[in-house]
Design a protein around this ligand. Structure first.
Ligand SMILES: [Ca+2]
Ligand SMILES: [Ca+2]
Length: 395
């Protein structure tokens, strides 16, 4: 069987593709298209008879780029672009790497791009063979070279694909094949990643002939190691009215350096616990400040970040382990006192729905009504005549 080497130009282009371009059939990326010449439509699209699942078509004069779209049973599974200024027949990106399951695969090719879409290719009907490559195991960051991802070699693999996910969504990928299947590491992820985000990686083994042995499934995921990324700082708050979000900030010299907003829990009322987390916090000493409407502010001073993650729920101080916000500072002056009480108790607000013209902040528990429940929260021993909380992390 003829072996098609992986095209370096195609590989590099695949690396550079941004996710919307890759995954959205409707996205025509006008900024990229505008610089390209008007060109014709590629013709004579067929699957290669020698490399199963590999598309080929006639080159288009003047084209510098081709966009390939693959459908499985009518649904888009892959879209990518490759440089293609050659003449004669063009071999597409090695799309057999995208073919995992039995089904009917077709593709379209755009040249140029001027928005033309070629005719749909003859279908490639794929029946997955019983032989399937194994999923890679043992993914880890090389201890000696912590920016290099490694895994155990998969028997009979002809290549691998490494895919990055950001916050669980496709972010980028790269793949290659080679003679012998011995390369089981990947070290160029760092240039592809943005400065922030929760990245994970996964790897799958690729087959040269998917009629003989199918491409393997994805490995388990591994989180990104970033040697220069800083650490995480996480904690837990407890506050009333989860419909209203709390804002958590890290400050230095009264300047906000990191911001997070704990997730509001909709359709719930009362006093609930919520987690927050900062990622990639640089070394330094910070004040953590929590603010939330109708609650007194809460500050933890002198948190020194070094090279270790900080989980405030592990603190020996009860006031840091679980930061319970004091409730009832409706006018936001930093004190929970008679002026707030009088606001709840007023004719305009008391026993009214928690909507204008009443003051919605008087609905302290977030159940939609301003009533004795809210009054009791404000007037409780825990809250009444209390003010903004400040604790020291090192006490
Ligand atoms: Ca007040
Ligand atoms: Ca209420």
């Amino acid at each position: 069987m003829k072996k098609h080497g992986f095209k370096i130009a195609a590989l590099l282009l695949t690396l550079a593709i941004t996710p919307p371009f890759l995954v959205s059939a409707a996205n025509t990326d006008p900024a990229a298209d505008s610089a390209l010449p008007k060109v014709g439509t590629p013709q004579n699209l067929v699957w290669s008879s020698t490399t199963h699942g590999q598309p080929e078509w006639d080159s288009v004069p003047g084209a510098g780029l081709y966009r390939l779209t693959i459908y499985k049973d009518g649904s888009l599974i892959y879209q990518s672009s490759m440089s293609g200024s050659g003449t004669g027949r063009i071999s597409g990106i090695s799309s057999y790497q995208e073919i995992m399951e039995s089904g009917t695969y077709t593709f379209t090719v755009q040249a140029g791009t001027d928005g033309d879409i070629s005719e749909v290719s003859p279908p490639y009907v794929y029946t997955k063979p019983s032989a399937v490559l194994a999923a890679p195991t043992g993914l880890k960051w090389d201890p000696a070279h912590p920016t290099v991802l490694t895994w155990n070699q998969v028997a009979n693999a002809d290549g691998y694909r490494v895919e990055a996910l950001q916050d669980g969504e496709f972010y980028s990928n790269t793949s290659w094949d080679y003679e012998g299947g011995g390369k089981t590491s990947y070290d160029t992820w760092k240039e592809q990643m943005g400065p922030t985000g929760d990245y994970t990686f996964r790897v799958r083994a690729l087959s040269r002939d998917i009629e003989v042995c199918a491409n393997g499934p994805w490995s388990d995921e591994i989180s990104l190691y970033r040697e220069d990324a800083g650490v995480s700082l996480s904690g837990k708050i407890k506050a009333y009215n989860p419909n209203s979000a709390a804002t958590v900030q890290l400050l230095q010299n009264n300047a906000v350096l990191y911001n997070t907003t704990s997730i509001a829990v909709a359709d719930e009322s009362g006093q609930v616990e919520q987690d927050f987390r900062f990622e990639n916090v640089a070394p330094g000493t910070y004040a953590l400040r929590i603010t939330k409407s109708a609650h007194a502010s809460y500050i933890v001073n002198n948190i020194t970040v070094t090279d270790q993650n900080i989980d405030l729920t592990q603190s020996g101080q009860a006031q840091i382990k679980l930061m319970t916000l004091l409730t009832g500072d409706i006018d936001g002056d930093g004190f929970i006192n008679v002026s707030d009480l009088n606001t709840v108790w007023s004719r305009a607000n008391y026993n009214k729905p928690a909507a204008l013209p009443a003051n919605p902040l008087c609905d302290l528990n977030g159940d939609g009504f301003i009533n004795v429940t809210d009054l009791n929260i404000l007037w409780s021993r825990a809250n009444y005549n209390k003010s903004a909380v400040a604790v020291d992390y090192n006490n």
